[in-house]
Structure formats: C-alpha cells, structure tokens
Design a protein around this ligand. Structure first.
Ligand SMILES: Cc1cc2nc3c(=O)[nH]c(=O)nc-3n(C[C@H](O)[C@H](O)[C@H](O)COP(=O)(O)OP(=O)(O)OC[C@H]3O[C@@H](n4cnc5c(N)ncnc54)[C@H](O)[C@@H]3O)c2cc1C
Length: 319
C-alpha cells in the first residue's frame, strides 16, 4: 500500500531539487553499489536552459564538479534515437545515474536487517505510541512493546502516527503507466536512459527504458493541474512530440501517492517535543534514491542521538 513499489525508481546525483542533497547522494550511491542494485543507464534531463530540471541539474553538477554532457536537440536524437526534443529543448546527460527496483531494494534491506538481528513484524499495524521515562511504549494490534528509541517512517499515514508534526503534509495521487512502444528496439536500456523533461508550461513527465512491463512514463510535477489528474490519452499526447515511437497503448497502470511538504524537502530528524523519537516522512515524491542513507541516518539518530550528515534541509521544526 505504500509508495515504495512500481518496478523502478530513478537514481541521480546532480540534483535539481537542491545542491544540498549531494553529500547524502554520494553516500547513497556507495550503499546502492554495496547492495548491487543500481543499474546505470545514464539520466537525460530535457528542457529550456532556464528550466528547473535542466538549469538546476547543471547548477548542481557545476557546484559539486559532477560529470555531465550538454547535448543539443540533434545530438540527443543521434545518441538516443527514440527522443526528438522539440525546438528550444536542450539536453543534459548525467552518465552516473540510472534506476533501482523498489521491490528488490525493500526486500534486500529487510534481508539485511533480519541478518543483523532485527525482528520483522509485517502486518502488525501500530495503533499508538507514547514516550516513557526510559524511552517509548508502542502499541500494535497484537501487543505492547517498550524500547529505548522509536523510528517513525509512516509515508502517507504520517497524520495518524505523528499528529502535531509542525511541517504540514499533503498527499497527492499519481498514476504511472507502462506503454507498448511501436518500435521497441529504440527503447532498450542500451540506447534509452532514464529521463525527465520539463515542458515550457512547467509540467515535468519522466520515464524509464523498456523493462519487464513495458516503457514506464508518468507525470512528476505539473503547474497546470495536479500530477494525478492526467489521463492516459492526455499523457500519450503530451509525450508524442518527444517520443514519437512510444505510442498510446497502455499495458499496465499503477496508482501511487506523493506525500508532499510545502518546500518539497523531506522531514528527517528528532520529532519536536520528544527525546526518543526520530522521524522520516514527507519525502515529496523524490525520496527513494536516498533511502539507504536515510536508513543509516535514522539508525544513528536513534542509537547515538547524532549523525555525521547535515540534515539542515530536513528540519522537522520548520513550518
Ligand atoms: C509514482 C512514484 C514515482 C516515484 N519515483 C521516484 C523516483 O524515480 N526516484 C525517487 O527517488 N523517488 C521516487 N518516488 C518517491 C519515493 O518512492 C518515495 O519518496 C518513497 O518510496 C517514500 O517512502 P516512505 O518509506 O516514506 O513511504 P512508504 O513506502 O509509503 O512506506 C511507509 C510504510 O509505513 C507503513 N505504515 C504506515 N502506518 C503504519 C502503522 N500505523 N503501523 C505500521 N506500519 C505503518 C506502511 O505500511 C508503509 O509500509 C516516487 C514515488 C511515486 C509514488
């Protein structure tokens, strides 16, 4: 039921959402490689040079000296024949980027946790928690547990488990679709990177190469109307100028949700007003790539009260 499914998640480092994410991304990449789960296809960012997606990626790449290539529209098509960028659209290729399977990642992390001694209790919902003198008491539908510290990472259900969180959260529906392309050979991972395109109206679709279920594409962000409000025909029409061989035959459709903060930065840190509770929520539709390092940060905060990472962007106190 959560947000961590759907076959693929983009992992990229030259982060247009903010250069402040890069140190965490460096560590996340180390952990993805340790897990052996990151498939590097490169990431292609498309848009006007002034767009957030292209301009922001370029600014972060330059600030952190990350490798990238700028491509004009003709070069994009020469390198990646499925793409025909509309006039005025430039490309930036980040080679050190790609995708992970959220299902494989979650399974691998559960496996690691179990091997490290964790007692995993799937299907046992938490109904409440409270702080005690020594730590926390957690009540589930099966019993009560006392512990020294509590990590709450409730996704879209944050309101239920974290009432009074200073940062307001908004749950937004999204739909991802898998297409059967009219020319599948153009969409294979060796010639089709993961991509994000910011159109002139600010709408930003994104997608993946041809993998198990088809060519996945969806709307990440839209200034025109909510990202979940675009039907299959509208998305296909939007993508047709960029990807003329994608076609409009949808073979699979999945619902998902983004849990958004007002500034679209995450909420990670000690829960205000508590001594033993740390939280991670409001990942705002771009959190999966950082989950390995967020796990490390949360474990450090819960066990030592501190972390080597700068969490300034994610302060749970901000409102
Ligand atoms: C369509 C889509 C595409 C995305 N694409 C990308 C991408 O390309 N790259 C990227 O980096 N990010 C992407 N994201 C964002 C990323 O997937 C999310 O930020 C991330 O998965 C959120 O993880 P989470 O742990 O906060 O929430 P979830 O994965 O929803 O996990 C929350 C968990 O808490 C559990 N829970 C809640 N309440 C209780 C309770 N009372 N008791 C017990 N358990 C409870 C739920 O069962 C659930 O397992 C995408 C998201 C969506 C929806």
């Amino acid at each position: 039921q959560g947000a961590s499914s759907g076959e693929t998640r983009i992992v990229r480092k030259a982060y247009f959402e903010g250069a402040g994410y890069v140190p965490l991304l460096h560590r996340a990449y180390e952990l993805w490689d340790e897990l052996g789960l990151l498939t590097r296809t490169g990431a292609l960012f498309l848009g006007a040079e002034t767009s957030r997606v292209l301009g922001g990626t370029l600014a972060t790449a330059q600030q952190w000296d990350l490798p990238y290539e700028l491509l004009d529209a003709a070069e994009v098509t020469r390198r990646f024949p499925a793409f025909t960028p509309p006039p005025g659209t430039a490309g930036l290729l980040e080679q050190d980027a790609g995708w992970v399977s959220p299902e494989a990642a979650v399974a691998a992390q559960f496996d690691r946790a179990a091997r490290a001694g964790a007692d995993l209790r799937h299907g046992e919902p938490v109904t409440s928690w409270t702080e005690t003198a020594a730590g926390v008491r957690v009540t589930t539908d099966a019993g009560t547990y006392d512990a020294g510290a509590l990590v709450v990472a409730p996704g879209r259900w944050a309101e239920e488990l974290l009432p009074g969180l200073p940062v307001p959260l908004r749950v937004e529906p999204r739909t991802v679709r898998f297409y059967a392309p009219t020319d599948p050979a153009q969409f294979t991972p060796d010639r089709f990177p993961v991509w994000i395109w910011e159109r002139d109206d600010g709408t930003a679709p994104y997608g993946f190469p041809l993998l198990g279920s088809g060519v996945k594409a969806a709307i990440h962000h839209s200034t025109v109307r909510p990202g979940g409000d675009w039907d299959a025909a509208e998305v296909a029409a939007m993508l047709a100028p960029l990807l003329p061989r994608l076609g409009d035959r949808v073979v699979k459709e999945l619902p998902c949700t983004y849990t958004m903060t007002p500034d679209e930065d995450y909420v990670v840190g000690r829960l205000p007003g508590t001594a033993h509770v740390v939280v991670a929520c409001g990942l705002s539709g771009h959190g999966f790539k950082l989950t390995p390092v967020l796990g490390e940060v949360l474990a450090d905060l819960a066990t030592t009260g501190t972390t080597a990472h700068d969490l300034g962007l994610f302060d749970p106190q901000r409102s």
